[in-house]
Design a protein around this ligand. Structure first.
Ligand code: GDP
Length: 309
């Protein structure tokens, strides 16, 4: 990719979009256009089309989405399915119609069937029922992947899709009602330490297994694939290791330095039992993530402390 080419990051204020922006800047890209709610309402078809006609980007990283943890997904199912379908349909179609050279769409590991064999291979998509707590979001993301594939088949549009595992890092959402587990635990342990509480409540049985990737590693993979991959099959991106929620809670407790107890609350939902991605495809392309989980949590915790004081 020519470092002078115009690159659009849709959703640049989000966890992933902001990391992609950092990565593009460090790679020497000089003409980056940013699209977020402040610039353009990507759920509005006409506004999205006007934005693309005006800005004329050559490359698009489509990281704009309505995202949230297990509670947000089950509380706002309509918002999750509608906003994601609208944003991705509008952006992919506007990109095609305004002559974008290449687009990268970001999916999510929750698109896989709940009981698909682990680690999850790309071929498992649409082979079984989804996890019901986030099927609204998953259905929208599956539609996005299929749309990118259909535009490639019918119009020769160069769209690729990347399927990230659970991500975390600076810029994450720390609102306990909508956050994913890792930022939620950072906040809970931090506040428990500050308030000298005796315990921290962790939702569910602690048994589900999750894989976590530091978001700057994901941004590396996004640029890597944009530059070197051009095929219909989407690509999993993860770290290749998972741990239980109980183990994660212990790790966050250590990083934050809270010496009280961990109390599990099994009345809260566990969600899918395991979500580990198979990385054969991306590994064969030559990509490996750099950041160890503890180091990623330490950096994220430092960012959280600096910001929240
Ligand atoms: P998921 O990966 O789509 O299931 O979404 P989450 O990141 O929200 O939740 C992952 C797992 O962590 C689930 O089993 C949750 O029950 C568990 N968990 C434990 N404590 C928390 C918490 O404080 N917030 C969230 N969001 N999840 C938690």
């Amino acid at each position: 990719m020519d470092r002078q080419a115009r690159v659009c990051v849709a959703g640049y204020k989000g966890l992933v979009g902001a990391a992609i922006l950092r990565r593009l800047t460090s790679a020497g890209f000089t003409d980056i256009v940013k699209a977020d709610r402040g610039e353009v309402d990507l759920t509005d078809q006409a506004a999205t089309r006007r934005y693309f006609e005006h800005e004329k980007p050559a490359y698009v990283f489509l990281a704009a989405a309505r995202v949230g943890g297990i509670l947000a997904n089950s509380t706002y199912p309509a918002d999750f399915i509608r906003d994601n379908l609208l944003i991705q349909t509008n952006v992919i179609d506007a990109a095609h119609k305004t002559g974008v050279t290449k687009l990268l769409f970001l999916g999510s590991s929750c698109i896989y069937p709940k009981l698909a064999p682990q680690p999850l291979k790309e071929e498992s998509l649409l082979t079984g029922a989804l996890e019901e707590t986030n099927e609204w979001y998953a259905i929208a993301k599956i539609a996005g992947i299929k749309m990118v594939q259909a535009y490639r088949r019918q119009y020769g549009f160069k769209g690729i899709s990347l399927m990230p595992t659970n991500l975390f890092g600076p810029g994450d959402n720390f609102d306990l009602k909508t956050a994913h587990v890792l930022p939620a635990l950072i906040r809970k342990f931090h506040e428990a330490k500050r308030d000298k509480s005796r315990e921290v409540v962790v939702w569910g049985t602690g048994k589900p297994r999750r894989e976590f990737m530091y978001v700057d590693d994901l941004a590396d993979a996004a640029l890597f694939l944009m530059e070197r991959y051009d095929d219909e099959q989407f690509v999993n991106v993860g770290v290749g290791r998972d741990l239980t929620i109980a183990e994660l809670a212990e790790l966050v407790r250590e990083v934050v330095g809270f010496d009280g107890a961990i109390q599990l609350d099994p009345s809260k939902p566990d969600g899918t039992p395991q979500k580990l991605l198979d990385l054969t495809r991306i590994s064969a392309l030559g990509f490996t993530p750099k950041t160890a989980l503890r180091e990623g949590i330490e950096r994220t915790y430092r960012w959280y402390v600096e910001r929240s004081g």
